[in-house]
Design a protein around this ligand. Structure first.
Ligand SMILES: Cc1ncc(COP(=O)(O)O)c(C=O)c1O
Length: 388
């Protein structure tokens, strides 16, 4: 079956009620036919759901669909994207280990690496996204894992997955890619040699800004320790969220095509507009890693990052003049979103840290929605006319 068919038809088995749409299994535990049956389930002789902190039919369906889309052997779902990132790190790293990570990472991931892991004796080296020499030199004998995002948030830098996976193989390190910005529709890191692919399902997978969720897929030898850690520590995804996210996957491919075609059209328009200093979008030929983006991604994604080149006051006035985009810090919604990273999502970073992630006072992140792109262009153009 082709990818879009798999995303729609990958349902769990029908129940005795012969429902067409998969029901929600809002149950904490599952019953046994006898005490002997319970014993067999607990000692692993018989497979099946025991307790929803471990597994549930709705979470199983979501995992199966994601594994199909990313061509992964196994997966885990978590209560949020951050739980997916944290459980991956916590399940695999121990005191004395060293982590190599990109200096451009989502703010909370950055916080975990800099402020939580060191208190547990886990050291780190951060490398600039495009510093190939820096990546090669960052490995130490105790390097256990490499963690990156590509495209990065909000700089939209592209990291070379094949290059990094070869380095990880050489140094026997687990290669984890936060694939949140690309989704499995645009990019499949495991096919480029990554060991684990991590998602905030809160974003494009949900697609309408309703629920939180996280997903990790990859080789079973790397997912199993995360499952074992998660089932005991409890950041499990609720059946309701899993049910909703699994339904959303049915339209993910279609939605991403429209998000990306809208984004490309808007990016080209903004680049040609005289009032914008810089437009960053991986599928614009002006993007420094345009060729690499085309090699790794099917389309350019739904995020555009622009630098207006004006003062904070002028940038805020521009945001306030927009009538269609919502001013919120989420992304990956059917509705276009405008975010000012320096004062919201990345406000906990120092100015130097922001600038090393290519975030300036006039940087704006646009998460392009599913609206008619001509309406978006008209609205943005109108707000730009009053910009000095
Ligand atoms: C790249 C990336 N990873 C992880 C997360 C965290 O996801 P969540 O908000 O679902 O915890 C985000 C959230 O914005 C993100 O952008």
């Amino acid at each position: 079956m082709k990818e879009d068919t798999k995303a729609i038809r990958g349902q769990i088995d029908r129940t005795a009620y012969r429902e067409h749409s998969v029901p929600m299994f809002l149950t904490s535990s599952f019953v046994y036919n006898s005490a002997e049956h319970a014993e067999r389930m607990f000692n692993g002789e018989e497979k099946g759901d025991i307790y929803s902190r471990f597994t549930n039919p709705n979470t199983t369906e979501l995992i199966n669909k994601f594994c199909q889309l990313e061509e992964a052997e196994d997966g885990i779902v978590t209560a949020s994207g951050m739980a997916a990132v944290f459980n991956t790190l916590a399940a695999h790293l121990k005191s004395g280990d060293h982590l190599v990570a990109c200096s451009s990472l989502f703010g909370n991931t950055n916080y975990i690496i800099k402020n939580i892991l060191p208190t547990w004796g886990i050291d780190y080296t951060l490398v600039d996204a495009s510093d190939q020499k820096g990546w090669a030199e960052a490995f130490q004998p105790n390097t256990k894992m490499v963690l990156i995002e590509t495209p990065t948030n909000p700089g939209l830098e592209i990291l070379d997955l094949s290059f990094l996976s070869a380095l990880c193989k050489k140094h026997d390190a687990i290669f984890c890619v936060d694939n949140c910005f690309a989704t499995p529709i645009l990019q499949k890191p495991l096919l480029f040699g990554a060991d684990l692919s991590i998602h905030s399902a809160t974003k494009w997978t949900d697609g309408q800004g309703r629920v939180l969720g996280g997903i990790v897929v990859g080789k079973k030898e790397y997912t199993q320790p995360i499952f074992d850690f998660l089932r005991r520590t409890g950041a499990s995804l609720s059946p309701f969220n899993a049910w909703l996210l699994s339904k959303s996957i049915e339209t993910l491919g279609l939605r991403m095509e429209r998000h990306c075609s809208n984004a490309l059209r808007l990016a080209e328009h903004l680049e040609a507009h005289g009032k914008i200093k810089r437009v960053r979008y991986p599928f614009l030929s002006s993007h420094p890693q345009h060729e690499l983006a085309k090699k790794q991604m099917k389309y350019g994604g739904g995020i555009i990052t622009v630098d207006l080149g004006n003062s904070k006051k002028e940038v805020f006035d521009f945001i306030n003049r927009l009538t269609i985009p919502s001013i919120t810090a989420n992304l990956g919604d059917s509705r276009t979103i405008v975010t000012h990273p320096a004062t919201t999502t990345h406000s906990k970073l120092s100015t130097e840290e922001q600038e090393s992630s290519d975030i300036y006072i006039s940087t704006l992140r646009l998460s392009v929605g599913l609206e008619n792109v001509e309406d978006l262009i008209e609205d943005i153009d109108h707000a730009l006319t009053q910009l000095s």
